[in-house]
Write a protein that binds this ligand. Structure first.
Ligand code: HOZ
Length: 432
């Protein structure tokens, strides 16, 4: 299709005058894939419509949370109802209690939960909590994992930093950076050695159990179990960042799929049904260190915002009442991923496809992608070509090799087949 771009281009021109880089989050600028960003006007189901009226089948889904697709009737109705009663109080509400109870039921490792406004806030608060609880200063972070943009995590981070080739951000002080210890993901020996070298100094090991911020990467068998045993032995708080995987891979997230229980889980936008929400929760004994019950301070006027809670409740209730959503997500994603893999095989293109549930990434490398180093063997120029080709075919992918794709249950079989055929045309042209 020929994409009309005049409205997006003029908006981007204006945006650059008033917003740094013209965007409110770096990956959106399309810098890694070439071209200028499209400005989105609306979306319904699995289709985005931009300001020039172009329609795209989309596989970002707001970076994960739109599990049920865009403008889902149940969520829409809940939000409209909530708005009628005012959009913010900064005081406790019944909905907060209801959603907390539901989260604890769906994610059994969570015995108590605190609402915040984003995944960044959740991860930042968890690091402080783990430090307060253990009386230790250091945290272990995996290379290429992304836990939002709090200072402690902007070191060898994935997502926008990997996309723009920035290893660390200026503004993070040496003092902060020295308390973040790095290890490669999927390497149990490396983390064991690191822990041995810092006896009784490590408060927490944080990771995305299934990283989505260096592209989608799967844990090796035994890896998560090994981390669990190590943390138990050494009195370290094991934290799973399930901002992307929570409620998406299963009602109980990646921890349910892999059968490994963290001490604390960080959650994000998924529990707001796409609205600005984050949360962290886990063992009562640790969560009771959070203020006002305990000494570790964390607060926010917008935490537990009534409109965001209404959206989140509608989403989680739907997921709980309709387990068939997960079966459909599995099967529709499998259909699409298998179709794309077949095309790559037929064309004999070097590739690695990582896939779990409704998340997947296609890497342009012949190496297995198991960590940040192997993720970086991908040919990002080729990815850019692929991205632009798919966009021309009416399929909107994440504008970065280092972000997972997310499928919604609104994607129909016909749309999945359209995505496969678009891949056939684009990959064939790239092969030629
Ligand atoms: N870093 C986000 C996903 N991993 C992207 C945020 C956005 O641009 O919306």
């Amino acid at each position: 299709m020929t994409i009309q771009k005049s409205n997006s281009q003029s908006l981007f021109g204006n945006a650059k005058q008033f917003i740094p880089g013209g965007v409110n989050s770096p990956v959106r600028a399309f810098k890694a894939v070439g071209g200028d960003p499209l400005f989105i006007k609306s979306a319904k189901g699995a289709v985005l419509t931009d300001e020039d009226g172009n329609d795209f089948i989309e596989l970002i889904n707001s970076w994960g949370p739109m599990i049920l697709g865009h403008a889902h009737e149940g969520i829409e109705a809940a939000v409209i109802e909530a708005i009628k009663g005012s959009v913010s109080f900064g005081a406790p509400t019944a909905r907060e209690v209801e959603i907390a109870e539901l989260i604890c039921e769906m994610v059994p490792s969570i015995e108590k939960v605190r609402m915040v406004n984003s995944g960044t806030e959740a991860a930042m608060s968890v690091a402080r909590l783990a430090r307060g609880y253990t009386g230790r200063d250091k945290i272990v972070k995996m290379e290429g994992h992304y836990h939002g943009h709090a200072d402690s995590f902007l070191i060898a981070a994935g997502s926008g930093l990997a996309t723009n080739g920035v290893p660390n951000s200026p503004g993070v002080t040496e003092g902060t950076a020295k308390d973040t210890l790095l290890v490669p993901y999927n390497n149990l020996e490396a983390v064991e050695q690191l822990v041995a070298a810092h006896p009784k100094q490590i408060a927490a090991i944080l990771l995305e159990p299934v990283p989505g911020n260096m592209g989608c990467v799967l844990p090796k068998p035994g890896y998560l179990e090994g981390l669990r045993a190590l943390c138990d032995r050494e009195g370290i708080v094991l934290v799973f960042d399930e901002v992307m995987t929570g409620f998406r891979l299963a009602p109980g997230g990646a921890q349910e799929v892999f059968g490994v229980t963290p001490d604390i889980t960080a959650l994000g936008k998924i529990i707001g049904g796409g609205m600005p929400v984050g949360a962290y929760g886990g063992k009562k004994e640790i969560m009771d260190f959070v203020s006002p019950q305990g000494p570790v301070y964390q607060a926010g006027t917008l935490s537990g915002n009534p409109v965001a809670m209404a959206a989140g409740l509608a989403m989680l209730q739907h997921l709980k009442q309709h387990p068939e959503v997960y079966e459909y997500l599995q099967s529709i994603t499998y259909r699409m991923v298998s179709g794309i893999k077949q095309i790559l095989e037929d064309l004999q293109l070097p590739y690695t496809m990582n896939h779990i549930g409704s998340m997947y990434s296609l890497f342009f490398t012949d190496q297995q992608v198991v960590d940040f180093d192997t993720a970086q063997t991908t040919d990002t120029e080729r990815f850019g070509q692929y991205f632009r080709g798919m966009l021309e075919e009416g399929v909107y992918l994440a504008p970065s090799q280092y972000e997972s794709l997310f499928v919604s249950s609104a994607l129909t079989e016909a749309q999945a087949d359209q995505v496969i055929e678009a891949n056939r045309r684009v990959l064939t042209a790239m092969h030629g």
